[in-house]
Design a binder for this molecule. Structure first.
Ligand code: R5P
Length: 304
């Protein structure tokens, strides 16, 4: 097996290689002045099981094209098998045609990966895991929720209430609760498909005087999780923290969350960010050691 960290996941890729005790094969890359990507494998991949590690956080389109170029090139260069580790798989939120005429974006992405002959995709907290069975590509969907919860447990948050958002599977809040052991709940959300605005149901929660950790798969603008922070604040929660797997943070997000009352914001390193304090390296390594025919831990952070 050879590990090739892609342009978007240099650090994570190196960590995975180190933990597997393998030498990472470098990917030589640059951007042309007009924005196109140039990529070259810095080692021989013929006959090898090639693990390309490339997340597709911002800028999503560039990182996605780079991923496809690498997978296809590895196959064309004679790789025996190509595994794409895509810690954050972009476009997964557009998991159907919500309004007529819209693109079904994640389907297109999966079609492209399949066309590039990827043998296996390993990802983390895919937005809506229930649709994975509809695609030909073999996807191993890992969960980083336990790792995030452990981060808080190790920092004096044992016994905190675990809260998840949306029509999210309660088993996700349950995963966090297994570590934090302070009880768990979900707040139903509704998105206006035209304006994009999200509304949270004003639901009473047993959080008075309690520490609360709010988990979401993604924090982007911070709008959704801010509403949840305010809601539990109104209900008398003590310390309120925000956690997500994929920090697609826009410029104002962290300031916005702090202004709205989030004491701490923590994310994983599926996407590098100033709050990517929890590494998904161990779960990726574990998955790579597991046969691709077995769908390892399929744990949704959000399931409809
Ligand atoms: C939505 O479906 C996702 O699970 C997240 O809740 C959403 O992407 C968060 O976005 P924002 O931080 O912009 O509210």
């Amino acid at each position: 097996m050879i590990i090739v960290p892609g342009p978007a996941s240099q650090e994570l890729g190196r960590r995975v290689a180190d933990l597997l005790n393998l030498k990472a094969v470098p990917m030589v890359y640059k951007s042309f002045p007009d924005g196109e990507s140039y990529l070259r494998f810095g080692g021989d991949v013929a006959g090898e099981e090639v693990v390309v590690i490339q997340s597709t956080g911002p800028p999503q389109d560039t990182h996605m094209i780079q991923l496809l170029l690498m997978v296809d090139a590895a196959k064309n260069l004679g790789a025996k098998r190509v595994v794409a580790v895509v810690p954050y798989l972009a476009y997964a939120r557009q998991d159907k045609r919500f309004l007529s005429g819209e693109t079904f974006s994640i389907k297109t992405i999966m079609t492209l990966l399949e066309a590039c002959r990827v043998d296996r995709v390993v990802t983390v907290n895919f937005h809506n895991p229930r649709i994975l069975k509809d695609f030909q590509v073999s996807v191993t969907n890992l969960s980083a929720v336990g790792l995030l919860a452990k981060y808080f447990k190790d920092r004096d948050f044992e016994g905190a209430f675990s809260l998840t958002l949306g029509k999210i599977a309660p088993e996700v809040a349950n995963q966090a609760d297994k570590v934090l052991k302070g009880g768990y709940g979900c707040i139903p959300t509704k998105r206006d498909r035209l304006t994009g605005k999200v509304k949270l149901e004003e639901k009473p929660l047993p959080v008075r005087g309690e520490d609360v950790i709010i988990f979401d798969d993604i924090i982007s603008s911070g709008g959704t999780i801010s509403k949840a922070v305010k809601l539990v604040n109104r209900q008398g929660a003590r310390r309120i923290c925000a956690a997500c797997v994929h920090p697609l943070l826009s410029e104002e997000t962290l300031e916005r969350l702090s202004k709205n009352g989030a004491e701490v914001v923590v994310a994983t390193d599926t996407v590098p960010s100033p709050v990517s304090l929890v590494s998904v390296t161990p779960i990726i390594v574990q998955a790579l050691k597991t046969s691709s025919t077995v769908k390892t831990e399929t744990a949704p952070l959000r399931a409809r």
